[in-house]
Write a protein that binds this ligand. Structure first.
Ligand code: ADP
Ligand code: MG
Length: 151
């Protein structure tokens, strides 16, 4: 596991970092986003969509749990903040994670703990000021190809 952190001075920087990650994705990756409401998880995901050449508008999936965006790879964006039926969604999530043409971003993944593969990227977003964010990236060795795009 490689761990590093980067500083994003504003919303655009967080989105740009997501875009860089998006460009490096091969398909089949799982990205877990950790951080409080307003930390920038959805903002980061908007960048990932752009990096996948998606033309779709990314908005917070809080009330729908699952959103799907087109692009070079299909982006599945889950927000489990208000999850109550975890059995059904775990099954759906399992199928998506097995698809090599799909990329999955999870917000509030602790609500589906136990069904995530170990080899996934974790990003922890922490506000450092009103517009500053620190992003701590934990990257498994198996996804080393992403380090070149991010470091
Ligand atoms: P979350 O999905 O974590 O709840 P959002 O991405 O929906 O957070 O919202 C983050 C809010 O914080 C947005 O209004 C965004 O403009 C603002 N913001 C300010 N600075 C940053 C930054 N550096 N990175 C991301 N968002 C920021
Ligand atoms: Mg969000």
């Amino acid at each position: 596991m490689t761990k590093f952190e980067i500083k994003c001075v504003d919303t655009a920087a967080t989105e740009a970092f997501g875009e860089r990650l998006g460009r490096g994705l091969h398909g089949g990756e799982l990205i877990e986003l950790i951080g409080d409401l307003g930390a920038g998880k959805t903002t980061f995901t908007r960048g990932v969509a752009r990096g996948l050449d998606s033309k779709d508008q990314v908005s917070s999936p809080t009330f729908t749990i699952h959103k799907v965006y087109g692009g070079r790879l299909t982006l599945h964006h889950f927000d489990f903040y208000r999850l109550d039926d975890s059995a059904a969604i775990k099954h759906e999530l399992g199928e998506i994670l097995a698809n090599p043409q799909a990329v999955t971003v999870l917000e509030w993944a602790q609500n589906v703990a136990g069904c995530l593969e170990e080899n996934h990227i974790t990003l922890e977003l922490q506000p450092t000021s009103e517009t500053g964010r620190k992003i701590i990236v934990s990257m498994p060795l198996a996804l080393g190809y992403l380090e070149e795009t991010l470091c």
